[in-house]
Unconditional design. Structure first.
Length: 135
């Protein structure tokens, strides 16, 4: 089997690899939650959060691809991690509340939502910084 870019260095490691693993799991969870919202639980909140989780998982994959070619790789990677953490926190609380009817952790959804906004603002700021650095 051909080595796909690892160049004989052993198992892949580091932030990009871990971000991609998390993004893959988050994307799969988002699709699973969307299916549950469509077929098992009548919950617009669950459906919306599933969409947000899937969208942010895909965005994190895109951010990793930018990070691999960027001047500020660690900041891009940190932004992708923040985005995944925020989306997971937001969606996790909504899914927990939907399936358990326990509102004990309801404060986590607005925290996660706020952090998702911050992560998108960081994407914009980093994009501007990258453009200015190339001038």
């Amino acid at each position: 089997m051909r080595d796909m870019g690892n160049h004989g260095q052993g198992a892949p490691s580091g932030a990009p690899f871990l971000i991609l693993v998390w993004a893959g799991l988050a994307g799969a969870a988002g699709v699973g939650l969307a299916a549950a919202a469509a077929h098992k639980v009548d919950s617009p909140a669950l459906a919306s959060s599933a969409t947000l989780l899937t969208l942010h998982a895909a965005a994190a994959v895109g951010i990793v691809s930018v990070a691999l070619r960027a001047a500020w790789r660690r900041l891009w990677s940190t932004t992708a991690l923040l985005m995944l953490f925020a989306a997971s926190l937001f969606t996790g609380e909504i899914a927990y509340h939907t399936f358990s009817s326990d509102a004990s952790f309801q404060m986590l959804a607005p925290v996660g939502g706020s952090l998702m906004i911050v992560s998108w603002l960081l994407v914009a700021c980093l994009a501007i910084a990258e453009a200015l650095a190339k001038r």
